[in-house]
Write a protein that binds this ligand. Structure first.
Ligand SMILES: Nc1nc2c(c(=O)[nH]1)N[C@H]1C(S)=C(S)[C@@H](COP(=O)(O)OP(=O)(O)OC[C@H]3O[C@@H](n4cnc5c(=O)[nH]c(N)nc54)[C@H](O)[C@@H]3O)O[C@H]1N2
Ligand SMILES: Nc1nc2c(c(=O)[nH]1)N[C@H]1C(S)=C(S)[C@@H](COP(=O)(O)OP(=O)(O)OC[C@H]3O[C@@H](n4cnc5c(=O)[nH]c(N)nc54)[C@H](O)[C@@H]3O)O[C@H]1N2
Ligand code: SF4
Ligand SMILES: [Mo]
Length: 729
């Protein structure tokens, strides 16, 4: 496979930023010479790179890769290298702000802010019921913060309607793992990318979005890489075989590959018999319903290519499948994950080196909230519906078992819907920015306007979302607080406070602590905790014996080792690579994984003559989501200052549009206007692509708010649009 990593020029960037060299002046100014170095973990994506923060006074003046770190081996991508520039940005949130009688946000003291928060939430609950209060959090806090927040919301406030932006992101992977393996938890390790002889990436553009993962693929000299993506991404350019399938035909492709594996006698019969349930049904289903001709028609790939891909995977000694949002962002996300798990199970490619159905996560700590957060499951992947799990947790916390909810509350989109229809009256938003990131903006704006009380807790203000708030709480961010993040390979890494937050901003942990104190439940929920390490130590006890066992970890060991992978039970030593399900025992009662039959359905917002093109949305390497952080970094803004729309030359010609023309993108729900056109063969004819980072030209004005019925994840990756020359205004 070709190395695109070096082509992206990260090595150059590394030199430029690492030791405090001034990229403009070209030399190291005294102002930027570090007095001390603090070890930490990157706060952007889920790769979980290790970094050294160079500190001078109360400022991080340089960032460099942590040499010998088990994930990143001294490298960082452009965002990691420049992350410290976000801390001193002029629009960091500095003080609590409360909306006054004239409708203006006005500075208040912390005690006033906390009193307002608890009084208004309690009033909402008194008048409209306990569950009229909702909380939407994130994948970007520290695990200690998630753990504390879960207790505060579910036990302190007694509302179940607590979810996070992770439902816009990882929910399909979580649901898929639960359906196939009986529990959430990605089985593999990054090392598998180095050792697999065949790797299939599905809807994952790691060259842009998980750049430092690329070096693990680069190190896999003899490996064969297949990339399934409708676009010719930078990742597709690294591949031995690019599978440019039609949008949302992944289930057909995966079923077709499984069909080939069955037809060619490549099923690992012994593994399937011992460790899975449902083979006879799946076999019949695939042989009858997914012959190559049908798969070819559904995917747009030719039958020989599909047969080749199936045989390559079937013959692999070590076969890896990794996926990201091309899979999850779909009304069939959870089912697509099941189809991926089928392929791994049929070939016995689970739990050994180079073999894993691996969900690459997104945010720095999407995993932490899944493990400890009390949203999609009870802490420690305990099940809401399982009495013994509830009782065990209650005993650990010394509360009565009837205080542990028996079912999860509303998921994120259902909280928004309930706010529109009046069921949710007050909402607390923590570290997410829906007024950029939520699909079909009309709906979320309606929801916010309908609320009696909206709290926004963010490191920045104003943000598009904080503008709607009745109360803004200023939060410390990465670099200013201490705790742990879990990356995609279940590695728990330590993040450290190198500097103090600006003005009156406080860590989310301290805010939750103070809210609990104001509410009068601090001693019950956070008994004798003084800081994050006490929360971590309690979490170690609560996770003990569970799949995500932290009991053998300590802060000191995490810092010394560059993170440790769970499970890490008490008594474990060293930093060996760990995998789940190596013994073939899965988390169902009978220990067997489930094979599911899944049909490929068309996406919901289909094209017609008025809306003839399929719009795909996603990311670019320079920016992070809604740009509250990366727009503050000059070098990143210079590289990608505006949104753009990618369109194939065939369509551009038919529409008489030239590159750099301004266009409007119109869907059945809205329009986004004046976007720069890029004419490029990255996208196929009939398809267009736009990044979602830019509030100024927000693609989520047009995306579709259809959700996976199982995971509740939005269908961000396909909707019908038309593109026209920008209207003159
Ligand atoms: N630079 C940067 N890195 C990031 C982030 C960021 O904002 N910026 N965000 C982080 C987060 S939270 C996440 S979740 C990850 C996301 O990481 P990715 O999933 O890699 O990101 P996306 O660009 O959203 O989508 C990936 C690919 O899915 C493809 N796709 C679209 N439709 C289909 C389809 O029907 N089938 C298939 N097979 N593919 C399809 C798109 O063309 C796109 O190339 O990135 C993380 N890393
Ligand atoms: N069209 C389209 N839309 C998408 C996607 C897509 O591919 N296409 N991807 C979806 C996905 S996968 C995701 S994950 C979401 C992401 O969407 P968001 O979660 O809305 O994006 P972020 O910009 O990461 O928002 C994080 C917020 O938290 C703040 N923040 C950062 N650190 C801290 C902290 O430590 N404490 C506090 N309190 N605040 C902090 C930031 O300033 C920012 O406002 O977007 C989704 N939306
Ligand atoms: S790859 Fe991800 S974790 Fe690593 S430096 Fe870049 S943004 Fe940070
Ligand atoms: Mo995400």
């Amino acid at each position: 496979m070709k190395s695109l990593f070096r082509l992206l020029g990260f090595d150059t960037l590394r030199k430029e930023y690492a030791y405090g060299d001034d990229p403009v002046l070209g030399y190291t100014s005294i102002r930027r010479q570090a007095e001390r170095w603090v070890r930490s973990t990157c706060g952007y994506c889920s790769v979980g790179c290790g970094m050294d923060l160079g500190v001078r006074g109360n400022q991080i003046v340089a960032v460099k890769g942590w040499d010998g770190h088990p994930v990143s081996h001294g490298k960082l991508c452009p965002k990691g290298l420049s992350e410290h520039h976000t801390l001193s940005a002029p629009d960091r949130a500095q003080h609590p702000m409360l909306r006054n009688k004239n409708g203006k946000l006005q500075r208040v003291s912390w005690p006033e802010a906390l009193a307002a928060l608890t009084a208004r939430f309690r009033e909402s609950q008194r008048r409209h019921g306990a569950h009229s209060m909702g909380v939407i959090s994130t994948g970007q806090l520290l695990t200690e913060e998630f753990y504390a927040l879960g207790k505060l919301i579910q036990l302190g406030f007694g509302t179940r309607n607590y979810c996070g932006n992770t439902t816009l992101c990882m929910a399909s992977a979580v649901s898929g793992y639960k359906r196939s393996f009986g529990s959430d938890g990605p089985p593999g390790a990054y090392e598998d990318f180095r050792t697999a002889d065949v790797t299939l990436l599905v809807g994952a553009n790691i060259a842009d979005n998980h750049p430092i993962l690329c070096q693990h693929l680069d190190a896999n000299a003899g490996g064969y890489l297949m990339v399934a993506d409708p676009r010719v991404t930078k990742t597709a350019m690294m591949a031995n075989l690019h599978l440019p399938l039609k949008p949302r035909s992944d289930i057909a492709l995966l079923n077709g590959m499984a069909h080939v594996i069955i037809r060619n006698g490549l099923v690992n019969r012994d593994y399937v018999e011992k460790h899975t349930e449902g083979y006879a049904r799946l076999r019949q289903f695939l042989l009858e319903k997914y012959p190559l001709e049908r798969v070819a028609a559904l995917t747009g790939l030719d039958p020989q290519t599909i047969a080749h891909a199936g045989r390559m995977f079937g013959h692999a000694r070590r076969g890896m499948i990794a996926w990201t949002m091309g899979v999850n962002h779909s009304t069939q996300g959870a089912e697509t994950v099941s189809a991926i798990a089928n392929l791994s199970l049929l070939t016995g490619q689970v739990g050994h080196s180079g073999a894993s159905p691996f969900s690459i996560t997104g945010q720095c700590n999407a995993m932490g909230t899944r493990e400890a957060g009390f949203t999609s499951s009870l802490p420690g992947y305990r099940k809401f519906e399982k009495k013994s799990d509830r009782e065990e947790l209650a005993a650990l916390w010394r509360v009565s078992a009837d205080r542990i909810p028996e079912a999860r509350g509303l998921a994120y989109p259902d909280i928004i819907e309930a706010a529109v229809s009046g069921g949710i009256k007050s909402l607390w938003i923590i570290a997410t920015n829906p007024i950029v990131s939520y699909p079909n903006q009309e709906q979320v704006k309606k929801a916010f306007r309908n609320l009696d009380f909206l709290v926004v807790q963010d490191g920045f203000h104003p943000t598009p979302t904080s503008e709607y708030a009745d109360l803004v709480l200023p939060a410390a961010i990465w670099g200013e607080k201490e705790g742990t993040y879990t990356n995609s390979e279940r590695r728990v890494g330590k993040a450290n406070a190198a500097v103090k937050p600006p003005a009156e901003a406080r860590s989310d942990f301290d805010i939750f602590f103070d809210v609990a104190a104001t509410l009068g439940c601090k001693d019950e929920l956070f008994p004798s905790w003084a800081g994050p390490e006490d929360a971590f130590n309690e979490w170690r006890r609560v996770s003990k014996g569970r799949l995500c066992d932290y009991s053998g970890m300590t802060y000191a060991a995490l810092e010394a080792e560059g993170g440790l992978q769970w499970p890490y039970p008490e008594g474990t030593t060293g930093n060996a690579v760990s995998r789940l399900y190596s013994n073939g025992r899965f988390e169902f009662e009978d220990g067997k994984a489930r094979l599911h039959t899944v049909e490929n359905d068309p996406f919901p917002d289909g094209t017609d003559t008025r809306y003839p093109m399929i719009l795909n949305t996603g990311r670019t390497v320079e920016h992070w989501h809604t740009r509250t952080k990366t727009s503050q970094v000059a070098i990143l803004e210079r590289m990608a200052p505006n949104a753009w729309l990618e369109m194939n030359p065939v369509d551009a010609k038919a529409l008489a549009l030239e590159s750099h023309a301004r266009v409007d993108i119109v869907s059945r729900r809205g329009a986004v206007r004046g976007v720069e056109l890029r004419v490029t063969e990255i996208t196929a004819p009939g398809q267009v692509f736009m990044p979602f980072h830019f509030f100024e030209t927000n693609v989520n004005e047009v995306t579709h708010d259809a959700f996976d019925p199982i995971s509740r994840e939005p269908n961000y990756k396909q909707c019908a649009v038309r593109v026209e020359p920008a209207a003159r205004r």
